[in-house]
Ligand binder design. Structure first.
Ligand SMILES: Cc1cc2nc3c(=O)[nH]c(=O)nc-3n(C[C@H](O)[C@H](O)[C@H](O)COP(=O)(O)OP(=O)(O)OC[C@H]3O[C@@H](n4cnc5c(N)ncnc54)[C@H](O)[C@@H]3O)c2cc1C
Length: 296
């Protein structure tokens, strides 16, 4: 039998910088003994599961400008900028998000229970790397704004996730939602399949965003998928297969093989990769079919 060692209870020192530069310097100075903390819900959960907290926690909560939701124009594009420290409960309640970017509202509703959402932040959910908001943000073509020690960078959320994997000292400062395309016929889907009570990441999560013409021709379709410990990603080949095509039943069904080929999640203790692929393919096809049910 494996001998279980109890992790000694050592309380961490919480540091509260008031600027991003100060937070960065603290992390640089203390190195691997420190980590950033926002709402602390994920770190608390890990602690309860037996992972000791770092001796120093650098709280991002007091940094100005990271707690607001604002409309902004950047280089002639309009964005809704959500500070990384905005609580998930506030994202969920936000009337404009509900109206314009409702798959994000939907995604946030799927995260844990109200008590967790009252503390948890959108930045913490994204930096979790398997957070439920990520597929929705990918489908919405969201951008991220982050500090790399020298500058504030703005880039696709995919780029931030890649860079953060390589360098967890980056500080995510905001999520930026671009204006939605004006279209009469929209496709807005967010579906999470899995258990959340005793939190384990979802089995599969899919999110779709786009529009279609009055002739049912697909436009601007984005498809994102996540689940398990798999970093959510877009299914670019599937998007290309649909782009400009008339969304007949046959066309939608023809997506199946491409999804199976393009989505390659790892197996884990709960389910195999093959099962996850099949669930994702069925889910995407049934959600798309229900948008066009009886119309084409
Ligand atoms: C009971 C329970 C149920 C849960 N259920 C779900 C669920 O259904 N779906 C889901 O997605 N998650 C779930 N979680 C996980 C977690 O609570 C959420 O993902 C939450 O959004 C994390 O946000 P936080 O602000 O609390 O992050 P924290 O715990 O503060 O931080 C999370 C990670 O992100 C880093 N970080 C935080 N903010 C930043 C930043 N601005 N820049 C750089 N790094 C940063 C931290 O260093 C840490 O590694 C659950 C947690 C609990 C306790």
């Amino acid at each position: 039998m494996v001998k279980q060692e109890k992790i000694p209870e050592v309380s961490s020192v919480v540091l509260r910088p008031t600027s991003i530069e100060e937070a960065w310097e603290l992390k640089k100075e203390i190195g691997t003994h420190a980590m950033f903390i926002s709402g602390g819900t994920l770190l608390q959960m890990k602690r309860e599961q037996g992972t000791a907290l770092h001796p120093y926690l650098i709280s991002l909560e007091k940094i100005d400008g990271m707690q607001e939701i604002q409309l902004k124009q950047i280089d002639s594009e309009h964005f809704l900028v959500i500070g990384a420290s905005v609580r998930l409960a506030d994202v969920r309640k936000h009337a404009l998000i509900k109206q314009e970017w409702n798959i994000l509202t939907h995604a946030v509703k799927e995260v844990a229970a109200p008590a967790v959402r009252n503390r948890a932040t959108i930045g913490g959910n994204v930096c979790y790397m398997v957070g439920d908001t990520i597929p929705a943000l990918l489908a919405l073509a969201a951008k991220a704004c982050w500090f790399d020690g020298n500058h504030l960078q703005i880039g696709e959320i995919e780029l931030f996730l890649q860079q953060y994997q390589l360098n967890p000292s980056l500080i995510l400062t905001a999520i930026m939602l671009p204006s939605q395309i004006l279209a009469e016929n929209k496709i807005n889907v967010y579906k999470k399949i899995g258990r959340r009570e005793a939190f384990i990441p979802s089995l599969v999560t899919v999110s779709l965003n786009g529009s279609f013409t009055s002739e049912f021709r697909a436009e601007h379709i984005r498809i994102a998928v996540g689940g398990g410990t798999y970093l959510p990603k877009r299914l670019i080949d599937c998007e290309q297969l649909l782009h400009g095509a008339v969304l007949t039943k046959e066309k939608i069904m023809s997506l199946y093989e491409t999804i199976i080929r393009e989505y390659n999640p790892a197996s884990d203790a709960f389910v195999s990769s093959e099962y996850r692929k099949m669930v994702a393919a069925n889910l995407i096809i049934s959600e798309l079919s229900s948008v066009f049910d009886g119309k084409v």
